[in-house]
Design a protein around this ligand. Structure first.
Ligand SMILES: Cc1cc2nc3c(=O)[nH]c(=O)nc-3n(C[C@H](O)[C@H](O)[C@H](O)COP(=O)(O)OP(=O)(O)OC[C@H]3O[C@@H](n4cnc5c(N)ncnc54)[C@H](O)[C@@H]3O)c2cc1C
Length: 448
C-alpha cells in the first residue's frame, strides 16, 4: 500500500507550491498530474512540432508570495524574467500608440510621461474622467465590497461618467485585456480588487515577461525541487476518484486503472471544473460544497504564431481594444527565441473563438491586426490555437462570495487552486497563495 502524508491532485502552480512547502518541512508528498508536463495553465509544451504555452503570462512586480516560493525552488527571478517598463495600447485605425509606464520606481520617466503625455489620443478631459472612477472604486472596495461586486465595469464607469474614449482606451485594456471578459460581464470588485495590492506596493510595480517556456524555466524546476526534498511528482497520472473511508474521512485517490494512492491528507489542486467532477460524486448534497458547485466557470482562447520576422519592434505587453486581439505580445526576443518572429495573442471574446477552427480564428486575427497597423499575413510559418474550456471561475458580478476556502469540513480533504478564496483572483500569485494556505493548514494539524 502506497501511503503518503499528502497526496496532491494537480501540478499547476497551486499544487506545486503546496508540494514544495510540505516537502520542505519533511512531509512525504505525492503530486499527481493528469497531463504529460507540469504547470497546468502556466505550462509550455510541444504541440505537433510547435513550441507553445498555455498563453502568454506576465509576472507583476507586486506579487509577494510567488517570488518567495520560486526562490525556495532555487529559481532567481532575474534569470527567468525580462522586465518591461511600459505597456502599449494600439488604438484601432490610428497611427499613434498610447504608451503607459508600468514601473514607477524602475522607469519613473515613462510612468510620469504616460500620465502626462498621450494627450492626442487621450485628452486631459478624458483623463480627468478616470479620476473619480478610480478613487470611487478603491473607496467602495474598502467600505462596501459587496456593493461593488454588484456592478459590472461598464455600469461602474457610466456611474462615474467616464468618457467613451477613456473607457475604451484605458479601462478595457486593464479589464478585458487582463481577463478576456467583456466589460459588461466583468465585476467591478474584481477589477479594483486586483488593483489594490498594486497601490499598496506601487514601488514594486513592474512587469516580467518569461525568458523561456514556463514549464522549462519555472514549473519543472519547482517539481525537481520537490523531488530533491524527497517528494514524488508523477505526470500522465489522472485521478478519477477520491477515496473515503467508512468514517467519512478522505483517505486517498484512485487512478483510471484502479490503482490507489493513500494519503493522510488529500489536496485537490485542480481547476474548479475538475474539482467539481471529483467532489460531486461524494458531496453532491453536502451544504458546504453547494456554493462552489454553483460557481460558474469561464473559458479563454489564445492564438500563437511563428513568423518569418517579428510582428512588433519590441517584446512588450500590448493591448488592442475594440478588436479580437485584446492583449498580445511579440516574444521572439524573450520567451521563444528559437524563431525569428513569435506572436502570442489572448482573444476576446473567447466563447466566439472556442467555436471556430484555428483557420477561421486566424482569418479574424489577420483582419483585426490590420486595424491595429500590423500586417504579418505573408510571414506566417505556423500557428496554433490553444483553448481553455471552463478553466477559470467566473469573474462576473456576484460570484466572488461563492469561492471556497482551502480547509473543508471533510476530514483529510483540502482544496487549492486560483478559484479558492485568496485575494489575488485568477492569477499566478493567487494560485501560489492558495497552495501555501493549504500547506499551512496541513502543517498546523497534528500527524496521526
Ligand atoms: C491564457 C492565460 C493567460 C494568463 N495570464 C496570466 C498573467 O499574465 N499573469 C498571471 O498572474 N496569471 C495569468 N493567468 C492565470 C494563471 O495561469 C492561473 O491563475 C494559474 O496558473 C492557476 O494555477 P492553478 O494551479 O490554480 O491551476 P492550474 O494551473 O489549472 O493547475 C491545475 C492542474 O490540475 C491538473 N488536473 C486537473 N484534473 C486532474 C486530475 N483529475 N488528476 C490529476 N491532475 C489534474 C491540470 O492538468 C493542471 O495541471 C493566465 C492564464 C491563462 C490561461
Amino acid at each position: 500500500m502506497e501511503q503518503y502524508d499528502a497526496v496532491i491532485v494537480g501540478a499547476g502552480l497551486a499544487g506545486l507550491t503546496c508540494g514544495l512547502e510540505l516537502a520542505e518541512q519533511g512531509r512525504k508528498v505525492l503530486l499527481l498530474e493528469a497531463e504529460p508536463v507540469v504547470g497546468g495553465r502556466t505550462s509550455s509544451y510541444i504541440d505537433n512540432g510547435m513550441k507553445v504555452e498555455s498563453g502568454f503570462h506576465r509576472y507583476i512586480g507586486f506579487y509577494s508570495e510567488m517570488p518567495k516560493v520560486l526562490r525556495k525552488a532555487g529559481i532567481q527571478l532575474n534569470e527567468i524574467f525580462t522586465w518591461e517598463e511600459k505597456v502599449e495600447i494600439r488604438v484601432r485605425k490610428q497611427e499613434k500608440l498610447i504608451t503607459l509606464g508600468a514601473a514607477p520606481l524602475f522607469g519613473p520617466k515613462k510612468t510620469i510621461m504616460g500620465i502626462l503625455g498621450n494627450n492626442e489620443l487621450l485628452p486631459p478631459r478624458d483623463k480627468l474622467s478616470l479620476v473619480s472612477f478610480f478613487l470611487g472604486g478603491l473607496k467602495d472596495l474598502i467600505t462596501n465590497p459587496k456593493k461593488l461586486d454588484a456592478y459590472n465595469i461598464r455600469d461602474y464607469a457610466k456611474k462615474h461618467r467616464v468618457s467613451e474614449d477613456a473607457f475604451h482606451n484605458v479601462i478595457i485594456p486593464f479589464s478585458t485585456g487582463l481577463y478576456f471578459l467583456p466589460p459588461e460581464r466583468y465585476s467591478a470588485y474584481v477589477f479594483f480588487g486586483l488593483l489594490a495590492p498594486a497601490i499598496k506596493r506601487f514601488y514594486k510595480m513592474r512587469i516580467g515577461a518569461f525568458l523561456g517556456g514556463m514549464t522549462d524555466v519555472m514549473c519543472q524546476p519547482m517539481a525537481e525541487a520537490i523531488q530533491k526534498k524527497g517528494g514524488i511528482v508523477k505526470t500522465d497520472h489522472k485521478v478519477c476518484k477520491l477515496h473515503m473511508d467508512w468514517q467519512n474521512k478522505l483517505t486517498g485517490v484512485e487512478m483510471e486503472e484502479g490503482r490507489i494512492f493513500y494519503g493522510e491528507k488529500v489536496v485537490v489542486a485542480t481547476t474548479l471544473n475538475s474539482a467539481k467532477q471529483l467532489l460531486k460524486p461524494l458531496f453532491k448534497d453536502h451544504p458546504w460544497f453547494q456554493p462552489m458547485f454553483k460557481l460558474p466557470m469561464m473559458s479563454a482562447a489564445t492564438l500563437q504564431l511563428e513568423l518569418k520576422k517579428p510582428a512588433l519592434p519590441k517584446d512588450i505587453t500590448t493591448f488592442g481594444p475594440r478588436t479580437s486581439l485584446i492583449s498580445f505580445a511579440e516574444q521572439s526576443r524573450s520567451t521563444f527565441r528559437h524563431v525569428p518572429g513569435r506572436l502570442s495573442i489572448i482573444m476576446s471574446n473567447p466563447e466566439r473563438f472556442l467555436e471556430m477552427t484555428p483557420e477561421e480564428t486566424l482569418q479574424v486575427v489577420v483582419k483585426d491586426a490590420n486595424l491595429l497597423g500590423m500586417d504579418f499575413k505573408e510571414n506566417i510559418i505556423d500557428y496554433r490555437q490553444i483553448n481553455h474550456y471552463d478553466d477559470f471561475h467566473s469573474l462576473e458580478p456576484g460570484y466572488h462570495w461563492m469561492r471556497p476556502e482551502q480547509v473543508t469540513p471533510v476530514e483529510g480533504l483540502l482544496l487549492a487552486g486560483d478559484y479558492t478564496m485568496q485575494p489575488y483572483f485568477a492569477t499566478m500569485e493567487g494560485a501560489v497563495v492558495s497552495g501555501q494556505k493549504a500547506a499551512r493548514a496541513i502543517l498546523s494539524s497534528k500527524k496521526r
